[in-house]
Design a protein around this ligand. Structure first.
Ligand SMILES: [Fe+2]
Length: 325
């Protein structure tokens, strides 16, 4: 295989050109043979784009991912609306095509977060729909020191109040959808294992996850911006409020108080994070983003600590699937 840089002026992604892979089977065999080399590149560069495979279905995509990393995992605990399309393969997100999913580290708020994220393009959109990426090391370096120090030293706490699928519909996913179970005990088992606090309420389930906002990458030893606080703060509009019931009074913390549904985020010591600072975080992150159009059968692999990702608005049908390990 050969490698090059997709974009001359950007540190990621590295572009991997496979040897001739004329069908799914050849692509899977190639991926198995090169798995270690591919993973080494990803954990060094942050993102690799493999262009030149044949990936004709979600099943073929799953097999390619498994050939590279056999330990694929389900999306339990995630808040993005997705549909399973093959074993441990999901639609990338079902947020409306008109919306941008901002840069984030996958499941950084959850009990488990993947080391690797695989995206596969089964059908590129007509326009837009890029899965944009950004180097978390550069974001960390460019963050104003006053903001960076607070995030790094205090950490953050993700708060969410999930509605009950058996009650009135609320914002985002219900606790049953989030934890992929109907059983309270199973949701509690996830939360306990994750070290998260929780409380059952009249509305559903309130959870609290204390997390680092900056991580040191285990291989490169570099500090990486690693959170999605700007997308959880209740005073900043985000995609989570864009489906469900955005005008629902139960979501408004001003009127519903402790009974409010939805998300919020505070520093690890419980103090509030300034919404202005989070808008600065958003701007710094966006300033380093990289985007490029999907091509049919592209496979992109992201190191979930080194790099953040998002999704641009699009038109036309788009089929990008995802797996995690
Ligand atoms: Fe994501």
């Amino acid at each position: 295989m050969q490698t090059s840089w997709l974009l001359a002026d950007r540190s990621l992604p590295i572009l991997i050109h496979p040897d001739t892979c004329e069908d799914d089977r050849a692509s899977i065999t190639w991926a198995a043979q090169k798995s270690q080399h591919i993973k080494d590149l990803v954990s060094d560069v942050g993102v690799a784009l493999i262009r030149g495979l044949r990936v004709s279905s979600a099943e073929a995509f799953r097999a390619i991912c498994e050939a590279i990393e056999p330990n694929l995992q389900p999306y339990t605990g995630g808040d993005s609306p997705r549909t399973g399309v093959a074993d441990k393969v999901y639609t990338s997100t079902e947020y409306d095509a008109s919306l941008e999913v901002l840069l984030h580290n996958e499941l950084s708020y959850a009990g488990w977060s993947p080391n690797l994220i695989f995206f596969g393009c089964l059908q590129p959109s007509l326009t837009g729909g890029e899965t944009h990426i950004a180097d978390g090391r550069t974001i960390y370096e460019r963050m104003p020191p006053r903001i960076r120090t607070q995030f790094e030293e205090k950490g953050i706490i993700y708060l969410q109040h999930l509605w009950d699928a058996k009650g009135e519909p609320g914002i985002g996913k219900s606790w049953q959808e989030t934890f992929e179970t109907e059983e309270r005990e199973e949701a509690e088992r996830y939360l306990r294992t994750a070290g998260m606090d929780w409380e059952w309420t009249d509305y559903g389930l309130r959870t609290r996850a204390a997390k680092d906002a900056v991580l040191v990458h285990p291989k490169t030893d570099q500090k990486c911006w690693w959170n999605q606080a700007d997308q959880w703060h209740r005073d900043i509009a985000g995609v989570k409020t864009s489906f469900g019931a955005s005008d629902d009074a139960r979501f408004d913390p001003a009127s519903a108080g402790e009974k409010s549904l939805g998300n919020h985020v505070v520093y690890g010591d419980g103090s509030e994070i300034s919404a202005d600072d989070l808008m600065t975080v958003r701007q710094v992150s966006a300033s380093v983003e990289v985007k490029f159009p999907w091509q049919q059968s592209d496979v992109m692999i992201i190191d979930n600590i080194l790099a953040m990702h998002g999704r641009k608005p699009f038109t036309g049908p788009r089929r990008v699937v995802v797996a995690m390990a």
